[in-house]
Structure formats: structure tokens, C-alpha cells
Design a protein around this ligand. Structure first.
Ligand code: 4AD
Ligand code: MG
Length: 429
């Protein structure tokens, strides 16, 4: 008898199979019980008919409880009308009879669910989210590999900031201080001089005091960096990558998107070109929409929501004022007050998913910026070296995986996009 995964059940109609699974739900009427089983790959209904079991097994079957783990053997059949499969149980064996399961009896608040995140991960919505996250990760690796990017693993323990000193996690590092990385960008910049196109993909840390639906203190970032590109080429790569990622989800995760009740029409727009507008146009548009944002200001979370609700596809906002952006960004050739940069905002109110820019490649200009930003020069000597030995025009970007997962899944808050979320309020479980 074949031991199978539920996802493959359609191939076994009319045959006896063995499935190891958990009980997602169960009910009985008279001598027949219905066990809704899930094995991580899918869901199936098992029909337990007492008259087909020994007296001993029939009474054992009554001990069933939610989330019990069980091995069943039985005959696979197809639902006469629906595209669903059933298994007529011939024999079964419990691995463990579960204690009374805390989730599922009634509506729970999100704090309760997050306290029980180790269990909540099993519920069908959370299952769907993690599978879509997995597809987005796989798509990223695939796209980068097919487009000549080499993966370079950047360090997590660092002596200095990448993105702004106010959001650093500081730790004792023997007789000195170290900081958890906010982005591997500066390190992978070093690697373009060896490999031309590179990326990293891993956890980064921000001591964000923000309580918004978009902020975590630990999240996964993919940083990409390319030699010999300008901003336009950089944005083209970003657009292709995001398009590739969404297309793979639409190909592989229709079932998961249905569980999440995600309207997929906006995702299907992805094959159309992304929108572009510069920062000052974005400010005008926001003011017209009723925001009190002023010229030269950064877009707040609410502004991003308001603006992107107007769009049915991602939008690049280019050329932010240099003074609100990081020290390493090159300035715009025709206006030194503007950064040669772009953020990519997801539509439908989701907002920023990527930050990217051209990098300052001139030694003296970069040194002046480091001084202006009052950064400790000695910790940036190695980074300045890159502008001494074969400096080239270069640029890159970084995406926040959880922001992309949140958008694709249509979720309210990024806390559901990562298996174990970390926020200012939450370090457990
Ligand atoms: O815009 P950010 O800060 O850019 C950088 O860190 C650059 N060094 C990246 C680069 O050019 N290589 O962060 C990049 C992305 C944001 O667009 C957002 O999607 C995500 O990281 N992000 C967060 N996601 C969740 N929680 C937070 N606290 C985040 N902060 C940024
Ligand atoms: Mg940003």
C-alpha cells in the first residue's frame, strides 16, 4: 500500500493508500464519523464507518479530538459532484490524542492568537500565507540566479549603522559595542567589485519604535547591488523581479489565494508597466487628496496608504529630497538637492516595499557626506576604499519580504507574514 501526501490524492482514486495527518475538524452522525484531515500538503475528508472497523477500533475512534495526529489507511474516492476526494477508512492508528486545543472554538483576539503563534501557524489562513511567502522566496532566488546575480552573505554583527543611527540594536561585543545589521547593502557593495551583480537575503534588525501595521523589529531583506548601472536600469530590474515573483504566486498558489479570499485582479495587473512619478509630483497629488504633507517632507505611512489606494499597480516614487535620505545616495545630476533614488510602493494602500538608489561613487563627495551625517569615519574607511580602487557607477535596492507578502496576501498587518513576528511589544513565543 502506498504512503502518500494529500496533495497527490487525485492520482489514487480506486486504490488503498496510507496518510499521516492531523485532525483539522471532525463530526459524527450515528455510526459514521467525518474526519477533516490535513497533512501540510492539503486537506481531505476521511469517512470512518464503524461497521467497517473492529469493535475495538470503533470504540478507539471515539477518542478523537481536534489536532490529534493519526495514520489512516483506506480507499480513495472522488466526490460525485465536486472536485474533492474522500478516503473511506479501513484502519487507523493514533500517534497521539491531542489535549483540548486552545484555538478554534470561538473568535479569538489577535493577541491571543499571537501568544499561541506556535499553534496558530496550523490554521488554514496562516498555512496559506507561509506557502505564498515560500513561493516569493523561491522566485527571488530563481530570478537572481537567472540574471547573473551571485549570492553574497553579509554579516549580521556590524560595527556601524547602514540606515540611520536611531534605529540600531546595540549589543555588548567583548570589550566594545556591536550593532545588529539594518541592511547588508554596504557589504554587498564591496562584492560587486569581485562579481559585478550580487545580492544577499536574510534577517535584518531595526529598533523601530513604530507601532504601525508595516513595521517589525526583525524582518527579511533582499539587498541587490549592480556595477555599471544607472537608476533607470536599476528600476527595470526591480520591476522585472517583482513581476516574476507575483507571476509565480499566481501560477503556484491559486488555492492559497482563494483561502485568503484575495481578489487577484490587482495582482494580475502586474504584467502592465509600473507607474512612475517624482517626489514633488507625489506631494502635489497628496495635497490634492487632502493630506497636510508639505514640500520636501518624507511620505508618512498614511500618505503612502492614501496615494497607493489610487493605483492598481506598483508605483515608483523617484528623486526624494536628499536631506531625508541616507548618506550613500548619489545626488541627481541636474538638482543637487535631490537624491538619485526611488522607492517602490505597492498599490491598494500597501505602500513602500523597496528602497533603492544610485550610490555616491566619488571618494571626496562620499567622505564629505559621512562627515555631514556625523558618522564615525574610521568605521567607514573600508567603504571609502571602494571609491579608491576602480570606482564605478553603481546602484541597488532592498526589498522587505514581509511587506511584499502582506500585499500579495492582502493582509492588514505584517505580523502575520513572518512565522514568529518581533515587534516592540512582542519577543515571544
Ligand atoms: O528603505 P530601506 O530602509 O532601505 C535600505 O535598507 C537599503 N539599504 C536597501 C538597499 O538599497 N539595499 O529598507 C528596505 C525595505 C523597505 O522598502 C521596506 O520594504 C522594508 O525594507 N522595511 C521594513 N519591513 C518591515 N519592518 C520594518 N521596520 C522595515 N523597515 C524597512
Ligand atoms: Mg525606505
Amino acid at each position: 500500500m502506498e504512503k502518500i501526501f494529500i496533495k497527490d490524492i487525485a492520482k489514487f482514486v480506486g486504490q488503498e493508500v496510507e496518510i499521516s495527518a492531523w485532525v483539522a475538524n471532525h463530526r459524527s452522525s450515528g455510526k459514521i464519523a467525518f474526519w477533516h484531515l490535513r497533512d501540510g500538503t492539503g486537506f481531505v475528508q476521511a469517512i470512518v464507518n464503524e461497521s467497517e472497523l473492529s469493535a475495538e477500533k470503533a470504540s478507539e475512534s471515539k477518542k478523537i479530538s481536534l489536532e490529534s495526529s493519526v495514520k489512516v489507511r483506506g480507499l480513495v474516492s472522488k466526490h460525485p459532484k465536486k472536485d474533492e476526494y474522500e478516503i473511506q477508512v479501513k484502519d487507523f492508528e493514533f500517534y497521539q490524542i491531542a489535549d483540548e486545543y486552545p484555538i478554534g472554538k470561538k473568535e479569538h483576539g489577535v493577541d491571543f492568537l499571537l501568544d499561541n503563534r506556535h499553534l496558530w501557524l496550523r490554521s488554514s489562513r496562516q498555512w496559506a500565507v507561509q506557502r505564498i511567502r515560500n513561493t516569493l522566496i523561491q522566485a527571488t532566488y530563481r530570478y537572481m540566479d537567472e540574471n547573473n546575480f551571485i549570492k553574497i552573505d553579509s554579516p549580521i554583527l556590524t560595527p556601524s549603522a547602514c540606515e540611520g543611527t536611531t534605529e540600531l540594536f546595540e549589543i555588548d561585543y567583548f570589550d566594545t559595542k556591536a550593532y545588529l545589521s539594518q541592511s547588508g547593502q554596504l557589504y554587498i557593495e564591496a562584492a560587486i567589485f569581485a562579481h559585478n551583480r550580487v545580492y544577499d537575503f536574510g534577517p535584518v534588525f531595526r529598533a523601530e519604535k513604530s507601532k504601525t501595521r508595516r513595521h517589525l523589529t526583525e524582518f527579511w531583506m533582499m539587498d541587490a547591488e549592480m556595477a555599471f548601472v544607472d537608476l533607470e536600469q536599476n528600476l527595470q530590474i526591480q520591476e522585472e523581479l517583482i513581476r516574476f515573483m507575483i507571476k509565480l504566486v499566481l501560477e503556484k498558489n491559486q488555492n492559497e489565494l482563494a483561502i485568503l479570499e484575495r481578489d487577484i485582479k490587482p495582482l494580475e495587473n502586474i504584467s502592465k508597466p509600473f507607474y512612475k512619478m517624482n517626489h514633488s509630483e507625489a506631494i502635489k497629488k497628496l495635497q490634492a487628496l487632502g493630506s497636510d504633507i508639505k514640500d520636501g517632507e518624507d511620505l508618512g505611512g498614511d500618505d503612502e496608504t492614501m496615494l497607493t489606494k489610487q493605483f492598481d499597480n506598483p508605483i515608483f516614487i523617484t528623486n526624494y529630497p536628499a536631506k531625508i535620505k541616507a548618506f550613500y545616495m548619489k545626488r541627481n545630476a541636474s538638482d543637487q538637492n535631490l537624491a538619485e533614488c526611488a522607492d517602490l510602493l505597492a498599490p491598494e494602500g500597501y505602500g513602500e516595499i523597496i528602497g533603492g538608489s544610485q550610490r555616491e561613487d566619488d571618494y571626496q563627495v562620499l567622505l564629505d557626506r559621512i562627515k555631514e551625517h556625523k558618522l564615525p569615519q574610521k568605521d567607514f574607511e573600508w567603504y571609502l576604499d571602494l571609491r579608491k580602487y576602480g570606482s564605478v557607477p553603481h546602484g541597488g535596492f532592498g526589498f522587505g519580504l514581509e511587506r511584499i507578502v502582506g500585499w500579495v496576501c492582502g493582509l492588514e498587518h505584517v505580523r502575520e507574514t513572518i512565522p514568529f513576528p518581533r515587534t516592540i511589544y512582542r519577543l515571544r513565543p
